[in-house]
Design a protein around this ligand. Structure first.
Ligand code: MN
Length: 192
């Protein structure tokens, strides 16, 4: 049985970047539904004893869609914090790898947002590590996650409309740019 992850911040802590109302729906309704659906689908699937990442790697169809969305949202919601409490720049080896690949953190952010804006329909944009520690940005459609490509997922922006429509309507780019204010780079460094 999977359960809804706990958040380390209050429902209004991410405002005005993500409103309490969006968090209530996105976390309390959408993510809860993916968790509930996954728990209904798993019994006697042969996958029910596996960790979440393995279920995503080994499943297809409805189980993949719900397991992928649980994994994606767990990584998404736990990477944020209140704007005045997060570490808002990467440090150490992660910062060095970003500079090596993109030249600067700002250039990385520009490409990351551009790939999020350019993803057609619903999905996710990801920063991931390859096995040699180098970094890559990928676009994942629907419920997919970089683990299916053998990558280690580090940071993600959700570009499904439910992530931003209440606060930004159709302005996906404006929403994605604002998200940098609440990313806690300490969490991303720990994942790396
Ligand atoms: Mn979502």
């Amino acid at each position: 049985m999977f359960t809804l992850i706990d958040l380390s911040y209050s429902k209004d802590a991410l405002e005005p970047v993500i409103s309490a109302k969006t968090l209530e729906f996105h976390y309390g309704e959408h993510l809860q539904a993916y968790v509930d659906n996954l728990n209904k689908l798993l019994p006697s699937s042969g996958l029910e004893e596996l960790p979440l990442e393995e279920i995503v790697k080994q499943s297809s169809g409805a189980i993949f869609n719900n397991a992928g969305q649980v994994l994606n949202h767990n990584l998404y919601f736990t990477q944020f914090g209140a704007a005045d409490k997060v570490a808002n720049a990467p440090k150490g080896e992660l910062a060095a790898q970003i500079e090596k690949r993109w030249g600067s953190v700002d250039a990385f952010k520009d490409e990351f947002v551009a790939k999020g804006v350019g993803l057609f329909g619903s999905g996710w944009v990801w920063l991931s590590a390859q096995v040699d520690g180098t970094l890559v940005i990928t676009q994942e459609p629907g419920a997919s996650n970089p683990v299916v490509k053998g990558l280690k997922p580090l940071l993600t922006f959700d570009v499904w409309e439910h992530a931003y429509y209440l606060d930004y309507q159709n302005r996906r780019a404006a929403h994605l740019v604002e998200l940098w204010k609440i990313v806690d780079w300490r969490v991303i460094e720990e994942r790396y």
